[in-house]
Design a protein around this ligand. Structure first.
Ligand code: MTE
Ligand code: HPA
Ligand code: MOS
Length: 767
């Protein structure tokens, strides 16, 4: 089955927040954001904005009836600034007007007078100055200090990873509609309806039950709306509360880029020690996370960096240090992988440097250290049902020899253009690292005409959760998918839901859906057994909409079964709750069993690099990915390819730039390049490992959303290999993204202009 929304999407019929029919008298909001990255507010002049015709209200922190506080983990974030501003674009005032144009124009007329305070944009500088969020954390296994002495090879280095813009097509936005009895209804583009509900309620000073949040679908989230949809929903709600009219706040692309947080840039130091046979004996890494101006989800993201710092390798002696550093950038936030990719990049860099020193192919070192059954992760969990060996062998047998040979032959025959390849294994833990979030609910109604309505806490953001829920339900009920409707996500139908994140939504909400359906099936079967005078224990099932009991047809179809149950006055609705079993984590010991399971896989990249221009082409990507029993092949392949595209974009072309004053330079789609269709290789092949069932996923499936992003890391190393083939003997760094500009800097950077020209000419002549 294809994506449930695909037809409506293609016809342009799918509705996002701003497509909903406009209620009478709706007003529009625009945000005035701080023009400076750090300062004390001296005066905020809203008089000109207020006087503009068509402006209904200009609201500031003083207008907030409840708490002016929205920090999700630490109370350090204000919906509207009070005394200080901490990043450019930080909301300071909200203009409500008759049209979005007037609101924006008025916002542009607000003047903020400030006293400048020092601006920090670099995480290491923040760390030195004691600007940290939460406590630094260290994961340890074995004893690194003692292990260095046994190493034959030790290398050290530094990695600098850029951030990444989520670039959802639908920008942040919310429509707030005041309802009778002092209630507020919010249509928000959020991955976390409950976070919007409880935070808006807090800002308005209301009980949660007076705020209802409804989410039909998002035009993409990618983590950017896990938490950062909340501020805009709170502001829309504030506007509606103060004016008594419906208010819509939709960020322009420009404001969205400027005001919202992105993937965290990291700067990390590593030291790795190996035996001469290539076994990693010790690994030490320190991660400095650029959190931006407030905590947002940074401590949770930092935690996942800690968890994934050894990627798919077993290392007996490990010390992982990580600290979240406060800077004057927009609060950085969730992005597919949630800190995992940053941790994984560094071990790959360490292995690359070690391989260079040892004169071995990088993949030899990778292979020798892959996780095996029962190996201990630095956080105490042991690896179970490890699929990385299988994925690696398939890749090795199917692709590696021919790619190696092709690259060698090509490089022997070409001077200025070189090929490179790299293998990238992944191991990604599935479960929210905050154990309590691993819960999901579902509400299932069967109507007397046999149609079915399902609400879960899962938010559709393009990843296909609605399709998967429909798939699961149709399979469990034994009926056609057309009978099933997956409803909008709504806080009045499902309470206290976790965000749709951590790739876990199908596991959690799918698990809950199965439990709700089980309850309904039990009731349907009991009613049928009674009506048909069958034994109370007679086994029943529905197959192709026909009821079978004792393995034999009963002559009843789905509709008859539903009607009969209804007439016997038995409920055709059920609510169910699912909580992932067996997971726990002790933060004081930094040990536990945080993940229900891991997703494994490996990819191989082949690239061609033009050493004169710095440009490169991705020739092929071959992936072997472990999904256990895929829930929906088409959607899962889409997730794998989409995740890969984002990972590759992060590694290469997505160049997020701030100046020293904290101003976003890549502030539009003309200066921030994202991968598009031509960037993707024509030759992209995915093999699914389907050799086992996962106990923790519906119908034996595994989560798919985030892990494939991390394959993208391999592209960096493939390009690096091509650079090494072009100019061997140079030291290449680990700076991400590897844009064509960066390639040239790495190839020629420390040379004089004349030498660069000479070198280029030399290479050209050889061509
Ligand atoms: N796919 C699409 N099309 N759009 C998205 O916003 N978000 C990703 C991933 N795939 C996203 C996506 C992220 S960050 C996560 S955590 C998962 O989907 C969330 O959905 P899931 O839990 O259903 O996998
Ligand atoms: N992943 C994604 N989002 C989260 C997590 C996580 O592990 N923990 C809290 N929010
Ligand atoms: Mo995904 S970063 O967990 O929303």
């Amino acid at each position: 089955m294809k994506h449930i929304d695909s037809i409506a999407h293609v016809r342009g019929e799918s509705q996002y927040v701003s497509d909903l029919p406009r209620p009478e008298g709706m007003l529009y909001a625009a945000v005035f954001g701080s023009p400076v990255a750090h300062g004390r507010i001296r005066k905020l002049d809203i008089s000109a904005a207020k006087a503009l015709e068509g402006v209904v209200a200009v609201l500031t922190a003083a207008d907030i009836p409840g708490d002016n506080q929205i920090g999700p983990l630490i109370p350090d974030e204000l919906p509207l600034a009070e005394e200080e501003v901490h990043f450019i674009g930080q909301p300071v005032a909200l203009v409500i007007a008759d049209s979005p144009e007037i609101a924006r124009k008025a916002a542009g007329m607000i003047i903020l007078e400030h006293q400048a305070l020092p601006v920090i944009t670099d995480p290491r500088e923040a760390y030195r100055k004691g600007e940290i969020i939460g406590n630094p954390r260290t994961f340890r296994l074995g004893d690194v200090e003692q292990a260095w002495g046994q190493c034959d090879v030790i290398v050290e280095g530094q990695c600098d990873l850029g951030g990444q813009e989520q670039l959802y097509l639908e920008t942040q936005g919310c429509r707030a509609i005041p309802e009778e009895g002092g209630r507020m209804k919010l249509y928000s583009s959020t991955q976390s309806p409950y976070a919007v509900q409880r935070t808006a309620a807090k800002v308005l000073g209301l009980a949660n039950h007076r705020v209802e949040v409804d989410v039909k679908r998002l035009g993409g989230g990618f983590g950017g709306k896990e938490d950062q949809a909340t501020p805009w929903a709170c502001l829309a709600a504030l506007g509606a509360w103060k004016t008594g009219a419906p208010v819509e706040l939709i960020l322009s692309r420009h404001d969205d880029l400027k005001m919202t947080g992105k993937r965290h840039p990291y700067s990390s130091d590593f030291k790795i020690g190996l035996s001469k046979e290539g076994k990693i004996l010790a690994y030490r890494v320190s991660h400095y996370q650029n959190a931006g101006a407030s905590a947002d989800l940074s401590p949770a993201i930092l935690e996942r960096t800690l968890f994934h710092s050894t990627n798919a390798y077993f290392i007996p002696n490990v010390e992982i240090f990580a600290v979240s550093c406060r800077t004057n950038l927009p609060p950085n936030t969730a992005f597919r992988g949630f800190g995992g990719p940053q941790g994984m990049f560094v071990i790959e860099a360490a292995l690359a440097k070690a391989a260079e020193k040892m004169g071995l192919p990088r993949e030899e070192l990778q292979r020798k250290n892959l996780l095996r059954e029962g190996d201990e992760f630095p956080y105490g969990q042991r690896a179970e049902r490890v699929q990385i060996g299988t994925a690696w062998s398939i890749l090795k047998e199917k692709y590696l020899p021919s790619i190696r040979q092709r690259v060698d032959q090509y490089n022997a025959a070409h001077r200025a253009v070189k090929k490179g390849y790299a293998v990238m294994p992944i191991c990604f833990g599935i479960s929210f690292t905050a154990t309590f979030l691993n819960q999901g609910s579902a509400l299932v109604h069967v109507y007397t005409d046999g149609s079915v309505s399902i609400t879960t806490g899962g938010v559709e953001m393009g990843q296909g959760i609605s399709t998967k829920i429909a798939d699961i339900a149709a399979r469990a009920l034994g009926i056609r998918e057309e009978r099933i409707r997956v409803e909008s996500t709504n806080t009045s139908r499902i309470a206290n839901m976790s965000p749709s994140a951590a790739s876990a939504t199908a596991d959690l909400c799918g698990g809950a859906t199965l439990k709700a359906i089980d309850q309904i099936l039990e009731r349907l079967y009991a009613a049928a057994r009674k009506e048909l005078n069958l034994d109370k224990k007679a086994p029943c099932q529905i197959r192709d909409e026909q009821l079978l009991c004792n393995g034999k047809p009963t002559g009843w179809d789905w509709r008859k079964l539903v009607e009969a149950t209804y007439f016997s006055r038995v409920s055709l609705s059920a609510h169910a709750f699912y909580a992932t079993p067996g997971i726990h984590f002790d933060k004081s010991a930094e040990k536990g069993h945080p993940f229900a399971y891991h997703v494994y896989g490996a990819a191989i990249f082949e690239v061609t690099l033009d050493g004169l221009r710095g440009t490169y082409r991705i020739d092929s990507v071959k992936i072997v990915h472990d999904l256990a029993r895929p829930l929906n092949r088409v959607i899962d392949l889409g997730q794998i390819e989409g995740g890969l595209a984002q990972g590759m974009g992060w590694m290469t072309v997505e160049d997020l730039q701030y100046d020293a004053q904290g101003r976003l330079l890549s502030n539009g789609l003309a200066s921030y390049k994202a991968p598009e269709v031509y960037f993707m290789p024509d030759d992209l092949e995915t093999t699914l490992l389907e050799d086992h069932e996962n106990r923790f996923g519906p119908y034996g499936s595994k989560a798919v959303g985030e892990p494939p992003l991390m394959y993208g890391i391999g592209l960096f190393f493939a390009i690096r290999e091509a650079m090494k083939a072009f100019r061997p003997g140079r030291e290449y760094g680990f700076r991400v993204p590897m844009t064509p500009e960066r390639v040239l800097l790495e190839l020629y950077g420390d040379e004089s202009q004349a030498a660069v020209v000479k070198n280029r000419f030399a290479a050209t002549r050889e061509v």
